[in-house]
Design a protein around this ligand. Sequence first.
Ligand code: IMP
Ligand code: MG
Length: 196
Amino acid sequence: MPTDPSGDSTSVDHGFSHHFVHPDLGPVVVDEDKIRARILDLGAEITRDYADRPPLLVGVLKGAFVFMADLARAIRLPVEIDFMAVSSYGASTRSSGVVRIVKDLDMDLAGRHVVLVEDIVDSGLTLTYLRRNLAARQPASLEVCALFVRQGNQKTQEDLRYVGFEIPPAFVLGYGLDMAERYRNLPYVCEFRGDA
Ligand code: IMP
Ligand code: MG
């Protein structure tokens, strides 16, 4: 049963068994078991593909921090890890197409086999910007691993080498994904029910 951090047993239960109770949380879209199993698959695939050239995993903060932690441990190679922080949405649920690098990488990408680790590709605008930006740093190779891709919403044609799940149009929360910085700590992904 969901627990209410306030300890108020009279709080509304919306009928979904959530990590904690909040009216923003809608139906579960991908549960913990499915996420875990799929990430093990992705890790095995990357392990095979990069056996002779351990990759540098580049995570896009903040959304990818949870996925990165699990994906990195599913790859049986001596990977290196770096992060960059970008900001695209602010507190809204729609992409502006304008991406701001809030924190750049610490590492030099020249000659490296880079896997860009993304939480979710929606319009694809963030990814298009990042791919161009990273490609300009002369990596030996550059591929993308996205945990979620929202079906039918891409405004750009991006080559996504590794994809966890294609998900329906609803805005989602959890497993790193936020609404105004909240709900990143949900261990699964559910629909957002509030007003965007
Ligand atoms: P895009 O530029 O439209 O592809 O948006 C990509 C970024 O928007 C992701 O890296 C997320 O940070 C954010 N985003 C897109 N869809 C969702 C969602 O359903 N929930 C939470 N964040 C999202
Ligand atoms: Mg966000």
